[in-house]
Design a protein around this ligand. Sequence first.
Ligand code: 3HC
Length: 298
Amino acid sequence: HFSSTATQLARIQNVTIIGAGLMGSGIAQVSANAKLNVVLTDISEPALQKAQKSIDTSLRRVAKKKHADDAKAQEDLVQSTLKQLKMTTNLAEAVKEADLVIEAVVENIELKKKLFADVEKNAKKDAILTTNTSSLRLKDIGINLKNKANFGGLHFFNPVPVMKLLEVVRHDETSDETFKSLMEYGKVIGKTTVACKDTPGFIVNRLLVPYMFEALRMYERGDASKEDIDVGMKLGAGYPMGPFELGDYVGLDTVKFIMEGWAKQYPEEPAFRQSPLLSKLVAEGKLGRKTGEGFFKY
Ligand code: 3HC
């Protein structure tokens, strides 16, 4: 006896993630942890090696939390998860068996358009193809796809193993069946899903990114210090990080890039204005934690 859920689950067993950066490795980790067969692919071998390391470290944190006083159970969790995970630089090979492909490469529209055309050529006909974009329109990314019904968005949050939300995005041509399978995948990996349309920033970033820019403008006007704004939002609004701390955590280049994309689509929208301070820091290579300095030094 197969329930409809079991049939849905069977729909997605093999997951391929393209792009072994921060997001891609997190997505690979949570998928492997859910006992799915995972392939992580990247054009760069060193990027895959780095991902392997960060997945290992992150898994050990998860294992420690789950099995606090049991070293063997911790090691079992780490090893059984790693067993589900393969890595390769060969894209065609990586997507061949995939039921679900999740693209998590840099936010470059031309690159993504070309990548999806390549993926469609090499993947199974009924594979579901998705993007983890945070700033580009699905409609534009998928423009070269022949089968647009099997295309959708899966937007994760950083750090992927910790943040409980998954935004499931449908564009005008995403089929109900594809959307349902994506919601089901979210459940399988233990995330809470929300349904989003193909609008700038979906739900979370559409609210979060303009808020971060408002904080920047408040600081640029000299109305409050960065430190006080961060303390204010942490202790007055219950956010785990203040807007400046969060910017440094996500990466200032990413934050700037998201806003640039939206401003191009909606030049009249005042909430999408750039910040001179942010642009200056990014030009100086001060991108946040990952470079040792952003709004703050690390
Ligand atoms: N892997 C596994 N576990 C991790 C982890 C990782 N990478 N990072 C943190 N953890 C675990 C820790 O082990 C810890 O577990 P414990 O509770 O058992 O001790 C728990 O998470 C909390 O971590 P820490 O104690 O180190 O630190 P904090 O309590 O300060 O939490 C945080 C860290 C979870 C990052 C928290 O500060 C937070 O939620 N910050 C806001 C993050 C956020 O807003 N993310 C969204 C950004 S927007 C985005 O991603 C969209 C994109 O499009 C830009």
